[in-house]
Design a protein around this ligand. Structure first.
Ligand SMILES: NC(=O)c1ccc[n+]([C@@H]2O[C@H](COP(=O)([O-])OP(=O)(O)OC[C@H]3O[C@@H](n4cnc5c(N)ncnc54)[C@H](O)[C@@H]3O)[C@@H](O)[C@H]2O)c1
Length: 437
């Protein structure tokens, strides 16, 4: 099947390559010429495990190309909209300018049997509005909402083998035609037994933000428990293990620490609250405001812990921050808790050096005033305190004896509860963590 993918960022680049790998003929379009150039040479424009290999394999099939020219989507039957929906400046709501621009571009080249597939995360009501635009223009093409659930760091696997597929389709024959087209696109994962939920537009759009809200709530729940643990001398990691044994609760997403960040969870829960307000049901989501505040408080608490181990002041102290990406196995620094902590400490007078295995370039572009080092050892050299802010495997496996030889003072704050306190304390370190004695 001939497919176009509009927007080739973390979602779209992986989607385009995966669709070619599944046997389709794919053109990816992006407004960023540097991204298109990299992708056209089968180079990943960002760090995502497995993407370089997938791009090379897909390029070798001759079924994958990238362009900045929207005209090249003409002739494709299915068009995926994968552009960003960032938080509006100074507001909670989502900025739909990119979605609208991409949709305009697609409409200009859409055939009568065309299917437009929205994958971006949008406020409920967006699909209905875009479908109406097709109707108003007299188009017989159909819109489907097919939210994406991939996780950065696992994006290739999640796209080739999704844990579920959701189609939001219009009623009637148009919906059936659109479903048949998407069934053909996803023939391979469907044949592997991937669960499929076919529903209406509103539900499909809500599924995505509901899922992200649930995950954010679970993380903030355990972080709220961490605050209680800090007030009582309890250990949130044991608490999480114990409640996680209850199958109704489960242990996943119960890792207390510096909280969530990235290009999805924070802006999605805020956009969801903003949309609920517009719909007159803001009370239904007022708990998300608390979820957001608990999450942001953890960043402040991390700075406070660093100050405590530095005898009450970080002014002039050298601070090593291990991690810049919002999570391991990604170079994405959007709303990164690690960088937020680093920047707060720098503003408060500390001399901060940040390191990360993959995200230094992105971090430097966003926070040019911070200093950066290539390795944990380099960052920690002469440090008064080391902060573990993103749980990359190489930081989990740091040797406390070895690191002790480069720092000025053996102080570590484990922002992700991934180090063994006993081992670090035995090596002479003052070990502090969020939610642990
Ligand atoms: N990143 C994820 O893990 C993830 C997971 C699920 C859903 N989503 C959702 O997917 C959407 C995209 O997210 P992302 O992380 O890939 O964002 P991104 O910023 O990495 O990518 C968006 C891309 O769209 C391009 N673009 C913008 N306007 C365009 C236009 N008019 N025509 C062509 N290209 C255009 C940009 O240049 C950029 O490359 C968002 O709505 C996001 O919430 C993301």
């Amino acid at each position: 099947m001939r497919i176009s993918v509009i927007g080739c960022g973390y979602l779209g680049a992986v989607h385009a390559a995966a669709m070619a790998q599944l046997g389709h003929d794919v053109v990816g379009v992006d407004v960023d010429p540097a991204k298109v150039d990299a992708l056209s040479h089968a180079r990943a424009p960002f760090f995502e495990p497995g993407l370089p290999e997938l791009l090379r394999e897909a390029a070798d099939t001759g079924r994958l190309r990238f362009t900045t020219d929207m005209g090249e989507i003409a002739g494709a039957q299915v068009h995926f909209i994968c552009v960003g929906t960032p938080q509006k400046r100074g507001e909670f709501g989502a900025d739909l300018a990119y979605v609208d621009a991409a949709f305009d571009g697609v409409m200009a080249h859409l055939g009568p049997d065309g299917v437009v597939v929205g994958k971006s995360t949008v406020p409920v009501g967006t699909a209905e509005r875009l479908a109406q635009r097709l109707t108003d223009a007299g188009s017989t093409a159909t819109l489907v909402w097919n939210p994406e659930f991939l996780r950065e760091g696992f994006a290739v696997q999640d796209t080739l083998h999704p844990d579920r597929l959701v189609y939001g389709v219009p009623a009637g024959e148009a919906g059936e035609r659109a479903k048949a087209a998407l069934d053909e696109v996803y023939a391979t994962p469907l044949s592997e037994g991937t669960p499929l939920v076919v529903t209406d537009y509103a539900t499909a759009q809500l599924v995505k933000v509901a899922a992200n809200s649930f995950l954010a709530t679970k993380i903030s729940f355990i972080n709220a428990m961490a605050e209680l643990c800090e007030a009582t001398g309890a250990d949130v990691t044991s608490l999480a293990d114990a409640i996680g044994h209850d199958a109704r609760i489960g242990r996943r997403f119960l890792n207390a620490g510096l909280g969530f960040g990235g290009g999805c969870l924070p802006k999605d829960i805020r956009a969801f609250m903003a949309r609920a307000g517009e719909l007159g049901v803001d009370q239904a989501l007022s708990f998300l405001r608390e979820v957001d505040s608990i999450n942001m408080r953890r960043r402040v608490r991390m700075v406070d812990l660093a100050r405590e181990v530095c005898d009450g002041s970080i002014v002039g102290r050298r601070v090593a921050v291990l991690g810049a990406s919002f999570k391991p196995d990604s170079d994405d620094v959007r709303d990164s808790p690690a960088l937020s902590v680093a920047a707060q400490m720098q503003l408060q007078g500390a001399r901060v050096v940040v390191t990360d295995p993959q995200a230094i370039d992105n971090a430097r572009a966003k926070w040019p005033d911070l200093s950066f080092a290539e390795t944990a050892e380099e960052a920690a050299t002469d440090a008064d305190v080391v902060l573990l802010a993103t749980e990359w495997t190489e930081y989990r496996e740091l040797n406390p004896e070895k690191l002790a030889t480069v720092v000025r003072s053996r102080n570590i704050v484990d922002g992700r509860n991934v180090l063994d306190p006993a081992t670090w304390r035995a090596a002479g370190w003052t070990y502090r963590a969020l939610g642990r004695p």
